[in-house]
Design a protein around this ligand. Structure first.
Ligand code: ITT
Length: 201
């Protein structure tokens, strides 16, 4: 069985391809299928937005569609940017500008604890779905460092590391990331539900 990735974010696509590839799950991207639509994320939770995205792509592709809705939650900013991580500070900011905006907002703040969270959902053409969550705790640094990953990676230092997420190698990030954890849990649920997974589905 082939799955389609319902994300338009190239950083996520790369990581999901790596992670699902390791699990032997056969995926195609929206670009592979020529699906070029804007999906309005009108939900107020990660789950609602992930479901909206997966359902929209499943409707068009008629294939099981895997969506990721994720974000960064900071304690000092009472959960911000949270569900609105991709537009924090303004729709048209670059990832670099968004990191600067966050650092500015947190300037001189002592409480720097934060976490990345991720909800994965796979919606099947029959209407049923499987969902899983993952999180990765850490702190917001005082300056950006590193060039790997995407989004807020240069300003997030995962617990247990002296490097930002953007300084980790892709395999290291995938091992500890919110996305890695959610996708591995998703795989376990998929396997339990179908009795098999990946190519033999
Ligand atoms: P799709 O909706 O097309 O999947 P998106 O980027 O709009 O792409 P989200 O609405 O889920 O996706 O926004 C998540 C944002 O959270 C993302 O744009 C990043 O800014 C941030 N983010 C999520 N995971 C991240 C990660 O692993 N590293 C750094 N930033 C991350």
């Amino acid at each position: 069985m082939k799955f389609v990735l319902a994300t338009a974010n190239p950083g996520k696509v790369k990581e999901m391809q790596e992670l699902l590839g390791e699990l032997n799950i056969d995926v195609v991207t929206r670009t592979d299928l020529g699906i070029d639509i804007d999906i309005e994320e009108t939900g107020t939770t990660f789950f609602e937005n992930a479901k909206l995205k997966a359902e929209a792509i499943c409707r068009i592709s008629k294939m099981p569609s895997i969506a990721d809705d994720s974000g960064l939650i900071t304690d000092a900013l009472h959960g911000e940017p949270g569900v609105y991580s991709s537009s924090f500070g303004g729709e048209h900011l670059s990832a670099e500008e968004r990191c600067s905006y966050l650092l500015k907002k947190m300037e001189n703040m002592e409480q720097r604890s934060a976490k990345f969270v991720c909800t994965i959902i796979c919606v099947f053409p029959e209407g049923n779905y499987i969902t899983a969550n993952g999180e990765c705790t850490g702190v917001i640094t005082t300056g950006p460092k590193g060039s790997g990953g995407f989004g807020y990676d240069p300003v997030f230092m995962p617990d247990g590391f002296e490097k930002t997420m953007a300084e980790l190698r892709a395999e290291e990030k995938n091992k500890i990331s919110h996305r890695g954890k959610a996708l591995r849990e998703f795989y376990a649920l998929l396997k339990a539900e179908t009795g098999s997974a990946g190519e033999s589905l």
